[in-house]
Design a binder for this molecule. Structure first.
Ligand code: ATP
Length: 245
């Protein structure tokens, strides 16, 4: 089966430095692939390359069967990629209601009003916010805003969702609850996702295999548990410590 997202030997530069080096990944349709890495390892850069906000210096990005980026060039502009993003700061539109935040992207895609209303109502009810459609983001709790952010991404039925540490600002209890909700939602909707995190436990909870990024290179692609056999690898120590016995 062809991959939903594919990176072939992608190298990317920031400020003249190589911050992604020869990154190759395939994400299957419906798979959530966690990308784990410490600060500065290149996680956000990887998402920017997939989103089409940055062209790779070398290599290629494919979305489904389409070539999206190649060396030095965006073949598809960001808005032509059919992707949705969830950011750490959520980037909700403060002047729009919850309903407005969700329907805005559907209007842009010329989805008819009746279908728009149906899709927005269905996902709001699924994330437990049916009663809060007329509120503005400033009138919601942090956890409710997170729910709006994932709902806004998924209501578009995107080709893939790119999530950039969406839960890193939350306390532990809320993080667990929302992580379970995100995982279920992505699964139910058959969404393909790249999920960036610096938390090994979060990565482990999201999918059976994780891509570990270290100084711009993929140094492991598989279950994190497999690292128990390689405690000698420098990056493995901190991962194993976080996972516990
Ligand atoms: N606009 C920029 N100009 C110059 N260097 C940059 C720029 N953006 C990122 N970098 C550098 O590229 C490297 C990778 O950054 P990136 O944001 O992808 O890392 P990250 O893994 O997402 O980190 P964090 O977890 O801290 O967000 C870092 O060394 C960073 O300093």
């Amino acid at each position: 089966m062809s991959a939903a997202l594919q990176l072939d030997r992608v190298t990317a530069l920031r400020g003249g430095q190589e911050v992604l080096a020869e990154v190759s990944l395939r994400v299957a349709p419906g798979e959530t692939l966690p990308v784990l890495g410490s600060s500065g390892s290149g996680k956000t850069t990887l998402l920017r390359v997939v989103a089409g906000l940055l062209a790779p210096a070398r290599g290629a990005v494919r979305i489904g069967d389409a070539l999206a980026s190649e060396a030095g060039r965006l073949v598809l502009a960001p808005e032509e990629r059919g992707l949705a993003m969830v950011f750490q700061d959520l980037a909700l539109w403060p002047h729009l209601t919850v309903h407005g935040n969700l329907s805005f992207g559907l209007e842009g895609r010329k989805v008819a009003r009746a279908e728009r209303e149906e899709r927005v109502a269905a996902i709001l009810s699924r994330v437990g916010l049916a009663g809060k459609a007329r509120r503005h983001p400033g009138e919601l709790s942090g956890g409710e805003r997170q729910r709006v952010a994932i709902a806004r991404a998924l209501v578009l039925a995107p080709r893939a969702v790119l999530l950039d540490e969406p839960l890193s600002n939350l306390d532990v209890g809320l993080k667990q609850e929302l992580l379970a909700l995100f995982r279920e939602l992505l699964h139910e909707r058959g969404a393909t996702a790249l999920y960036v995190t610096h938390d090994p436990r979060e990565a482990q909870a999201l999918g059976p295999r994780t891509a570990v990024l270290d100084r711009g290179r993929i140094v492991h692609l598989g279950p994190l548990e497999a690292l128990r056999a390689r405690p000698d690898l420098p990056f493995a120590r901190s991962v194993l410590q976080a996972l516990g016995p």
